[in-house]
Design a protein around this ligand. Structure first.
Ligand code: XMP
Length: 506
C-alpha cells in the first residue's frame, strides 16, 4: 500500500483517487502523524500545501523515518519541503506560476518520465519556487518558467516534482504515478473491487463472529452496499432498520423496502411518519428542522435496536471523505448546515461501530456494489439528504405540502430518466416555495404555489453548478407539473452555482 502524507492541499484527495485508479491501495495520513509501523507501505507521496515552506507556521515534519528508506515522491509543497529541508533554497518566485505549463526538457533515462515526452502538459499552482537543489540532487525536468520542475536525489528513489500529477490537466500525470509506484517502487496493482469484497467479507466474519449487528438503511448507495457486504459475511445476524420519516420521495419507502427484501436482507421497515410530523409541526427554521429530525431518528432507531436482543455492533455506511483527517488550515470551518447522518449515536447505546466502507471513495463504493451484482438502480441513485423533503419545503411543513412536493418531484425525476438525463446529473429535485403567485387556468384566476426545480453537476457536493437542461425538457416538465399537480401554477428553474448558493435551499 501507499502512504500519502497530507500537508493540507485541496488536491490531496485527488492524489489518493489517482492512486486507487491504478488499482493500488493508499491511505492519507496528516503530515504530523506519520505511522510508526511503516511495514504496510511500499511508497510515500508528500502532498501540496497552501503554506510556503519559508513560513514559521508551515508544516515541517521530520521525514527521517521515510526519506531514503522508502521510494518517496514530493508533489509541489512536498518537493519544495524536501529541497528546503535537505540543504536547497526555496524562494518566492518573481512570477506566480498557476495553471498550464509544458515540460520543455526531460533528462534521458529517468524512470519517472518513462513514456512521457517533452512538451507534455503539466499543471502548476505555486508562488514559491526551488532556486537551488540540495547538493546531492539533480534536475530531471524543466518548463519554460521553472528550471527545477522535477528533480531526483542521487542514489535514492526520492523525487520532487513542482507540478501536480493528480489533476486532470496534467496530461501524463497518471503515467508518472504509474512509473513511480509500479516501476520504481514495485507496488502491486492488486486493489480491485473483487479483492476488496473478498478481503472485507473475511475480515467482517472474523471480527464479528456470531455477534449481532444493527444497521440503519437509508435507501442510498452507501448504506445499501455496506448492508450487502455485511450480509455476505454474517447473513441473518445483520438486522437492518429502514425508517420512513414521511419525507422520502414518492413511493420510495415501499419500493426500497421491497428491493431490500428481494436482496435477502433481514430488514424491518418502521413507518414513523406521524412521529416526525409531530416533531416538525410549526417549525420554520432550517436548522431546527434538521435537529428535530435528527433527534426523532435516533429515538426511533434506538427503540427498534433495543428490541433486538444481544446486539453488539452498529454498522454505518461511512465513506472515506467523511473519515480523512485532513489538516484544517483556516481553523475549524464554519458550520454552514448541520448535516445529520446516523452518526450522532447516543452514548447509552454502547454499541461497537463497524464501518466496512470507511476506506472507499464514492465511485469505489459503486464499483464494489457492481462487483456484488447489485441493482444499477440502487447504485446509480442520486444523493438525497437525510432530512429529506423537509429541507425542500421552505418554511413550516405539513403532510399536504409533502404530498404536493412528492408529486412534482416524481414528475421531474421520471422525466430526467425518460430523457436519459438522470445519470448525467449529480443530484436533482423539486423545492416548494413559500409564496403564492397569480395565474390563470381556463377563465379562472388562480393564486397558488410555486415549485423550483434544481439539477446540479458535482463530484463531491462541495462545489456544484446548475445543469444546462434542454429547454424542451424544461418546457415539458413544467407543463406536466402545472397540469397534474393540483395547487401549483408556476415552475421556475434554479440557475445558481455553489458557491455562493448551496445545493439544497435550506
Ligand atoms: P448543500 O445544500 O450543503 O448540500 O450544498 C451538499 C450535499 O449534502 C446534502 N445535504 C445533506 N445530507 N443531511 C444529509 O444527510 C443534511 O442535513 C444535508 N443537507 C444537505 C445535499 O443533498 C447535497 O448532496
Amino acid at each position: 500500500s501507499v502512504l500519502i502524507l497530507d500537508f493540507g492541499s485541496q488536491y490531496t484527495q485527488l492524489i489518493a483517487r489517482r492512486v486507487r485508479e491504478l488499482n493500488i491501495y493508499c491511505e492519507i495520513h496528516p503530515f504530523h502523524k506519520i505511522p510508526e509501523d511503516l511495514s504496510p507501505f511500499k511508497a510515500v507521496i508528500l502532498s501540496g500545501s497552501p503554506f510556503s515552506v519559508r513560513a514559521d507556521d508551515a508544516p515541517h515534519p521530520d521525514l527521517s523515518s521515510v526519506k531514503g528508506k522508502l521510494p518517496l515522491l514530493g508533489v509541489c509543497y512536498g518537493a519544495q519541503y524536501l529541497a528546503h529541508f535537505y540543504g536547497g533554497k526555496v524562494a518566492a518566485s518573481n512570477i506566480r506560476e498557476y495553471g498550464r505549463a509544458h515540460l520543455t526538457v526531460i533528462k534521458d533515462a529517468q524512470p519517472l518520465f518513462e513514456n512521457i515526452t517533452e512538451n507534455s502538459q503539466v499543471w502548476m499552482s505555486h508562488s514559491d519556487t526551488i532556486k537551488d537543489l540540495p547538493d546531492n540532487a539533480t534536475t530531471i525536468a524543466s518548463t519554460a518558467d521553472v528550471f527545477n520542475a522535477a528533480y531526483r536525489i542521487d542514489n535514492e528513489d526520492t523525487y520532487g516534482i513542482q507540478f501536480h500529477p493528480e489533476v486532470y490537466h496534467s496530461t501524463d500525470g497518471k503515467t508518472l504515478l504509474h512509473n513511480f509506484l509500479i516501476n520504481i517502487a514495485g507496488v502491486e496493482p492488486d486493489w480491485t473491487p473483487g479483492a476488496f469484497v473478498d478481503m472485507t467479507v473475511a475480515d467482517l466474519k472474523e471480527k464479528i463472529g456470531d455477534d449481532k449487528v444493527v444497521l440503519g438503511l437509508s435507501g442510498g448507495v452507501d448504506s445499501s452496499v455496506a448492508a450487502i457486504l455485511l450480509h455476505k459475511a454474517i447473513g441473518k445476524n445483520l438486522h437492518c432498520i429502514f425508517v420512513n420519516n414521511g419525507l422520502l420521495r414518492k413511493d420510495e419507502y415501499d419500493q426500497v423496502l421491497h428491493q431490500y427484501k428481494d436482496l435477502g436482507l433481514n430488514v424491518k421497515g418502521v413507518d414513523a411518519t406521524a412521529r416526525f410530523m409531530d416533531a416538525l409541526a410549526g417549525i420554520e427554521d432550517p436548522e431546527l428542522k434538521r435537529k428535530a429530525i435528527g433527534r426523532v431518528f435516533i429515538e426511533v432507531f434506538d427503540d427498534e435496536a433495543t428490541s433486538i436482543e444481544n446486539v453488539t455492533y452498529l454498522a454505518q455506511g461511512t465513506i472515506y471523505p467523511d473519515v480523512i483527517e485532513s489538516i484544517s488550515v483556516n481553523g475549524p470551518s464554519a458550520t454552514i448546515k448541520s448535516h445529520h447522518n446516523v452518526g450522532g449515536l447516543p452514548d447509552f447505546m454502547k454499541l461497537k461501530i463497524v464501518e466496512p466502507l470507511r476506506m472507499l471513495f464514492k465511485d469505489e463504493v459503486r464499483r464494489v456494489g457492481k462487483e456484488m451484482d447489485m441493482d444499477p438502480n440502487i447504485l446509480g441513485r442520486h444523493p438525497f439528504p437525510g432530512p429529506g423533503l423537509a429541507i425542500r419545503i421552505l418554511g413550516a411543513i405539513d403532510q399536504g405540502k409533502v404530498r404536493l412536493l412528492q408529486e412534482a418531484d416524481a414528475i421531474f425525476i421520471a422525466n430526467l430518466k425518460k430523457w436519459e438525463l438522470y445519470d448525467k446529473v449529480w443530484q436533482a429535485g423539486a423545492i416548494l416555495l413559500p409564496v403564492n403567485s397569480v395565474g390563470v387556468m381556463g377563465d379562472e384566476r388562480t393564486y397558488e404555489k410555486c415549485v423550483a426545480l434544481r439539477a446540479v453537476e458535482s463530484t463531491d457536493g462541495m462545489t456544484a453548478d446548475w445543469v444546462d437542461l434542454p429547454y424542451k425538457f424544461l418546457q415539458d416538465t413544467s407543463n406536466e407539473i402545472i397540469n397534474k399537480v393540483k395547487g401549483v401554477n408556476r415552475v421556475v428553474y434554479d440557475i445558481s452555482s455553489k458557491p455562493p448558493a448551496t445545493i439544497e435551499w435550506e
